[in-house]
Design a protein around this ligand. Sequence first.
Ligand code: FAD
Ligand code: MLT
Ligand code: ZN
Length: 530
Amino acid sequence: MFAAVRTRTIARTSLLRAARPVYKTLGSGTHAGLFSRYYHKPARSTAFKVLTEGDLRHFKSILPAETILATPEIGGTADPIELDGFNADWLNKYRGNSQLVLRPKTTKEVSEILKYCNDQGIAVVPQGGNTGLVGGSVPVHDEVVLSLRNMNKIRSYDELSGILVCDAGCVLEELGNYVGERDHIMPLDLGAKGSCHIGGNVAANAGGIRFLRYGTLHGSVLGLEVVLPDGTVLDNMSTLRKDNTGYDLKQLFIGSEGTLGIITGVSIATPRKPSSVNVAVLGVPSYEKVQQAFKLARRRCGEILSAYEFWDASCMGAVLKHHDLKSPLSSDFPFYVLIETSGSNKDHDDEKLGALLEELMEEGIVEDGALAQDETQISRMWSMREGIPESLGKTGATYKYDVSIPIPVLYDVVGDIAARLEKASLFKPEEQPGSDHPVKLVCGYGHIGDGNLHLNIVAERFEDRVTNIFEPFVYEWVASHRGSISAEHGVGLMKRDYLGYSKSPEMIDYMRRIKNLFDPKGILNPYKVV
Ligand code: FAD
Ligand code: MLT
Ligand code: ZN
């Protein structure tokens, strides 16, 4: 029945740190061809100035030399390869051609950069940890990359209220360690924690694996410091939980994906660290039973349930192949569920979770399960779930769709897309890698407790004959079920042209007006979102 997991494998954090791909140099053969073909690149706007040596001289006069990376094309000395990691995204799918990366250390420097760029009509892309998955964090053409990585200081921490005030470039995992030493946790956690920045999380309105318990950043972010395109610093660094003095402007920047302003500071409420955490991985025979298990978990463990994640057999195959991990279960299953409980009374939590797991087995909802016996095992179980994106990336070129759909039909879209690909003779389920078909995997995983599916299609390469089978079909499918085409990853460049599947023309019109109000010259993250 519920056995302790076998002990082996690597630690969760190191696995995820290693998740970033190594960028190859462009210009040579396959890579260059690959990039130019598989996504629609909007034409460069002639409204934006092409950078000159004079512009570089100006930036040198306002920033320390070590914070500037400029190529010889604009009078700098950096090898263009040094800019590669800023020009290409985590998926190695989107790529720009920026000649200049600026890494300011203070809010004042950010303000001076933006004021100059706005006056000169120079386009800018804000960048955090560059782990975004919708092509939002990299330039489309030659925009200046404004990286927040040098703004990484904790400004204050109040242990009584748990309110953290920090620079936007602080890495999420480092913040987690800092507040962890003070018996608190960050209200969000995600697989990219070792690289992503809190400012990037806020700009993307990231969800992640703690969403079920701690909710959205729209609730936990208490204040923001934002630099507007004209250089104005909007100081809204409130540390108050309650503040009803009119329009809550900070909410506009949460999820604005760098199109309205540059977030330089974040004030965020951190919850107390739970003293008792349990994690179990379950083997489930059908999607129907994944739902039944969720219903029962909510009924029996509602107040301590802190995560309910799922993945299918294809994801499990990929993760076991590409990571040094072993399944804690005795055999293979069509679906896997990870349940986490967090509370303050270990005996109480153990008893409740134990009773739930027994009931799930007795009712035949779950066929096998493993309950972690210590923190190492908890960490390994989470690695299995969080290692999925990286292992799919190692399998091939990964098309990612991140959708909200009502839970009863959430997994149907995976089967429908697989059937379309099979009909087009592009995919054969159960086929081993190395086969003739260009599509290797069609799989689903995600935060099922939040109604959020990650549908991934892994192919040999990104190419139109494959893409055309499921785009725009996938967006039509989601819209017909009144879902959202972006549950948590955002719009970026990838979904810009598909926004109409989730937002009415009136709403898009008001989004454009808001963009225009804050950024009338459109210099901030152009070509993205709206
Ligand atoms: P970037 O990728 O650098 O930027 C994201 C967007 O925000 C871009 O549009 C950028 O222009 C803008 N931006 C960045 N910093 C600023 C700033 N300071 N001011 C204004 N705009 C800014 N997302 C989830 O929601 N849930 C998950 O569970 C999850 N898991 C992931 C797991 C992996 C392995 C990976 C690679 C990604 C995952 N993501 C997830 C995607 C997610 O959006 C990012 O990981 C994270 O929120 C982005 O932070 P970042 O600092 O890397 O931002
Ligand atoms: C996740 O939940 O693992 C992330 O959102 C990343 C992904 O979708 O691959
Ligand atoms: Zn996710």
